[in-house]
Design a protein. Structure first.
Length: 432
């Protein structure tokens, strides 16, 4: 018999939750077949079988938390698919039937004698603790004894034996089921008592592991980092004109649309080169100044926010950035992100404008010390340098930063530099 265990997932991930079993007991599997989907703090991963054979036992249910090394299932390399692993031998079955028949006769005789004689203490106990027609139930002596111990009514036990015989394991299963019913009753009672707290109907839904992790880390960041946010606004007239002018040629040449995110990514990289402390992190008593530009792009999914990373964004042209962002976004929505897609970012960009946000204070993506928040584009009347008034497409920008590393002056200058690069994007496009 072989075991299926939770394998090493990633350096920072040691546990997960069983999201979905892809096989069931009795299924035949081959080596390398996915058997279970595991939800971790960052992504969902599939656990593959290390052996070929038949699943004989599943030890963890969907929703159970597991750790690396935990045994979650067992595989019989010589088993047959769909086979019953516990079929009694014909000889043993015949023996059981004879014993049960003898037991029935004995029980019948005892019932007759009980009319004439005073019942013993043990019989009184059986009568009071098991109020059922146990004499009409075909059960082994061991099952009857176990039923008395657990105070289980044999008439309410569902036997797995095709001949209807109740065995000790059937009694154990019934006891567990009864326990779960009691737990549900208690939970229902508690929920009813909690209803008065709201005085309205409520629904309680367990938070997913990923949502719990997101909540925990966001709170930790606010407690551990000296986070501040500075704001500015950017005129996107030239970005929108450039996109309109180059739209068709860009698609023909690169097979991808020229979006806003590539402009913001390249502008952030340019500003990070001038203000390197926003591309750093704290490790103990040291500052780690990163000489690479791996930009995280926040993506909202049904399971929560994830931040896949565009690697070496400084080495990619606009088309390369657009393609990489498109690929990562699709993988996020399809739940196909791998661990390496999410690790090692040096700075993050988040776009709340896609949902209509006008202004926000984005929370740092630890251990990074800077995050740029984009917002909704709105046409506003702006006073131009010659005092004329024009309607311009404007966006508020928000830079949240860790004041332990970055001073306010440097943060403001960084954001102003991002604004300048976006308002004069032609050189940025040529450089990219």
């Amino acid at each position: 018999m072989k075991e299926i265990k939770i394998p090493e997932l990633a350096e920072s991930i040691t546990e997960g939750t069983i999201a979905e079993w892809l096989v069931k007991k009795g299924d035949k599997i081959e080596k390398g077949d996915p058997v279970v989907e595991l939800e971790t703090d960052k992504v969902n991963v599939e656990v593959n079988a290390d052996y070929a054979g038949v699943i004989t036992e599943i030890l963890k249910e969907e929703g159970d938390d597991v750790e690396v090394g935990d045994v979650i299932a067992k595989v019989d390399e010589n088993g047959e698919a769909g086979g019953d692993q516990e079929e009694p031998k014909a000889e043993e079955a015949s023996k059981e039937e004879k014993q049960e028949s003898s037991n029935k006769e004995s029980d019948s005789q005892k019932e007759s004698d009980s009319e004439k004689e005073e019942p013993s203490k043990s019989e009184k106990k059986d009568s009071s603790s098991i109020k059922s027609k146990n004499g009409d139930v075909i059960a082994s002596p061991a099952a009857r004894k176990r039923a008395r111990e657990l105070n289980i009514d044999l008439s309410e036990v569902s036997p797995r034996d095709p001949l209807g015989r109740v065995r000790p394991e059937d009694v154990e299963a019934a006891a567990k089921g009864s326990s779960k019913k009691e737990e549900k009753k208690t939970e229902k009672k508690e929920a009813t008592s909690q209803k008065t707290e709201f005085d309205k109907p409520v629904e309680r839904v367990k938070m997913s592991r990923r949502r719990q992790t997101i909540a925990k880390r966001l709170v930790e960041v606010q407690h551990e980092a000296a986070m501040l946010t500075t704001f500015n606004e950017v005129d996107l007239t030239n970005v929108m004109k450039l996109r309109s002018d180059r739209k068709e040629k860009f698609i023909e040449k690169h097979g991808v649309k020229l979006g806003f995110m590539s402009f913001f990514t390249k502008a952030v990289v340019g500003a990070l080169k001038e203000f390197p402390l926003l591309n750093a992190e704290i490790q103990g008593n040291e500052l780690v100044l990163k000489k690479f530009y791996d930009i995280g792009i926040a993506v909202s999914t049904d399971d929560g926010l994830v931040v896949p990373v565009v690697r070496d964004a400084d080495r990619l042209d606009f088309a390369g950035v657009e393609k990489e962002i498109g690929n990562l976004g699709k993988k996020a929505r399809d739940k196909k992100l791998a661990m390496e897609d999410l690790q090692g970012g040096s700075f993050t960009i988040t776009n709340g404008g896609t949902f209509g946000s006008m202004l926000s204070t984005p929370i740092l993506n630890a251990p990074q010390v800077g995050i740029l928040g984009m917002h909704n584009i709105q046409k506003r009347a702006m006073v131009m340098p010659d005092d004329s008034i024009e309607v311009r497409p404007m966006m508020y920008l928000a830079l949240s930063y860790d004041h332990r590393i970055v001073d306010g002056k440097e943060a403001v200058q960084f954001l102003v530099r991002v604004k300048e690069l976006l308002e004069d994007p032609y050189d940025l496009l040529l450089e990219g």
